[in-house]
Design a protein around this ligand. Structure first.
Ligand code: PLP
Length: 406
């Protein structure tokens, strides 16, 4: 049974006030809040067994290594991966996508086309653009439709016209919340012998993702949007692919032997993890997934979908706001503008009433350009939010709308 009151107790921050009002935290797409179990797992590490991992002969190093590598195994299993060599731990989705672009660069040739969703976060656009001048490849956007979905049929036409070598799309768009047809795009990439690269940063917090079943070449995500700490995330990729690709960064841990006559590299996954890893936050990341498991994540996401639907339906029925997109499958986000008002003004006034939302371009400037907007106000729901909070938000929004009209 999903017990919302009990779940909210697990998140100390949810009971604080902002400007004398109970906090309504609707900025989950930027980062989620953290339950006590995650906070404690990190302080336990520093309190009891803080030490560097790998190669240590002393007890603390052994304990830290076991916890770090145990966390990797658990993180992989959550995403349907049993081979820890296919789980690269790094700073988050941004670093994961940069790693992919930089390591597959050697497999691309002059004139190749990289298809990138028009609604991507900048983290899934800029690393590809950086290859353009270096390699003579071309980044071509996959058009979005008015509902906010990436158009698979247009992508098929682009594949028929161009030598497409990479298809890089978001599983869920962060500015709109559209759940894209990832299976369709991955199949299209396979048919064209192109790499499929999926940015799962906004999907992983809201649904169980089995990366093995998806059969994408690369899947990137960040822990901090899934109740885990900031500065840690994962890249999942097939072993044979990772074995073929060169390491990205050089340093400790990623080597087998170093000599001025030639250096050899470590096995997977460490070949892609140069330097001291983020041990504490990897442990916290794993604790976050264990927490999600403990609360019945499927039930939690079902509750979240109901709250999100209530929010979206209420917003669509208001003639004072314009909602961005209207995708068939819509996850967590409601991006909107109050008619005649700037998003920053709306967000700032909502904050005065205790409501935390994000305003601006949401690191998705091409999305804003397509819809002809400078930015939006983005409310985004997590499983610990409630219908009552949506009501508080709607009341606050109506007050703000009236204030701005005068
Ligand atoms: N991709 C998407 C869709 C995102 O929403 C974000 C963060 O907002 C990122 C990538 C970047 O994530 P991070 O900053 O954790 O690397």
């Amino acid at each position: 049974m999903f017990d919302l009151a009990q779940i909210r107790n697990d998140f100390p921050i949810l009971s604080r006030e902002v400007h004398g009002q109970p906090l309504v935290y609707f900025d989950n797409a930027a980062t989620s809040q953290k339950p006590t179990a995650v906070i404690k797992s990190i302080s336990d590490y520093y309190d009891s067994y803080n030490s560097n991992v790998h190669r240590g002969v002393h007890t603390l190093s052994g304990e830290a290594t076991d916890a770090y590598e145990g966390a990797r195994g658990q993180i992989g299993r959550w995403f349907g991966i049993t081979d820890p060599g296919e789980v690269i731990l790094l700073r988050g989705a941004t670093e994961a996508l940069n790693l992919v672009a930089n390591t597959i660069a050697g497999e691309l040739k002059h004139g190749d086309v990289i298809l990138v969703g028009e609604t991507e976060h900048h983290a899934n656009i800029v690393p590809w653009q950086q290859l353009e001048s270096r390699l003579g490849v071309r980044v071509v956007p996959i058009p979005v439709d008015r509902t906010g979905m990436l158009d698979l049929e247009s992508a098929k036409m682009l594949c028929a016209k161009h030598p497409v070598a990479v298809i890089a799309i978001g599983h869920v768009s962060n500015a709109i919340g559209a759940l894209n047809d990832v299976e369709g795009f991955i199949a299209l990439a396979n048919e064209n012998k192109a790499f499929s690269v999926i940015d799962g940063a906004q999907a992983a917090p809201h649904m169980l993702v089995n990366v093995k079943n998806l059969q994408a070449d690369f899947y990137a995500m960040s822990a901090h949007k899934c109740c885990g700490p900031t500065g840690i995330g994962a890249l999942f990729a097939r072993r044979e692919l990772l074995e073929r690709l060169p390491p990205w960064q050089g340093g400790g841990d990623m080597i087998d032997r170093v000599s001025f006559s030639g250096t050899t590299y470590n096995e997977l996954p460490w070949k892609f993890e140069a330097g001291t890893p983020n041990i504490a936050d990897t442990i916290g990341f794993s604790a976050a997934l264990q927490y999600l498991e403990s609360i019945d994540f499927v039930a939690a996401t079902a509750h979240e979908s109901q709250v999100h639907k209530y929010l979206v339906d209420s917003m669509l029925s208001r003639n004072t706001v314009d909602v961005l997109g209207n995708p068939e499958q819509w996850v967590s986000v409601c991006s909107f503008n109050v008619k005649g008002s700037h998003p920053t003004d709306v967000g700032t006034l909502l904050d005065q009433l205790g409501i935390a939302v994000r305003t601006g371009h949401h690191c998705a400037m091409p999305t804003m350009e397509y819809f002809g907007l400078p930015g939006t106000v983005r409310a985004s729901i997590a499983f610990y939010n409630s219908v009552e909070e949506v009501d508080l938000f709607l009341d606050a929004l109506d007050r703000v709308t009236r204030m701005l009209a005068h």
